[in-house]
Ligand binder design. Sequence first.
Ligand code: COA
Length: 166
Amino acid sequence: MRTAIYPGTFDPVTNGHLDILIRAKELFDGVTIAIAADSMKTPLFTLEERMQLLMEATKDMPNVSVCMFEGLTVEFARQCGAVAILRGLRALSDFEYEFQLALMNKKIASDIETIFLMTQSEFSFVSSSAIKWAASLHAKVSDFVPFHVEKALMKKYSCPRTSEDD
Ligand code: COA
């Protein structure tokens, strides 16, 4: 079994994350989505909420599971017996941060590789922050997130409308 972990904050999961996941699950026997408790961000959704949103989004993907973890990503990858850390790259601007993170992880754990998948162009401008910002101003975000995530965002921002009402 060759498995990978896909770590991130996922606040919330977007269609961009899911695009990476759908392609990665064909490359590995299994993929574990790893929601980091120790990210440098202040999330809108609690860890449990992010986990629920991811579980719903991946319920039809049998070789994909969802976990939370604390501490180092590479340590969690080892605990899972994963051979790789999976990350999506959207643009040149992601490269510097991702390169630094990958090198840091390689230095700490030389046995774990970081694998990058290029995001499809239609998601290249998508980010969880941009989606939250748009949703907070009651913009339609149904092109960027699954319906249940849109609903969760609308609830957080007390907006009564979702794309289903159009
Ligand atoms: N399509 C669209 N958007 C994408 C995307 C894709 N394919 N891939 C990533 N993004 C966006 C996300 O929406 C997110 O947007 P945001 O910044 O507005 O929230 C951003 O790109 C990246 O977020 P995410 O993929 O969730 O990862 P992250 O950068 O928040 O996570 C960790 C970083 C969790 C991997 C890192 O903090 C970590 O490893 N933490 C554990 C501690 C550790 O080991 N640190 C490193 C060693 S010192």
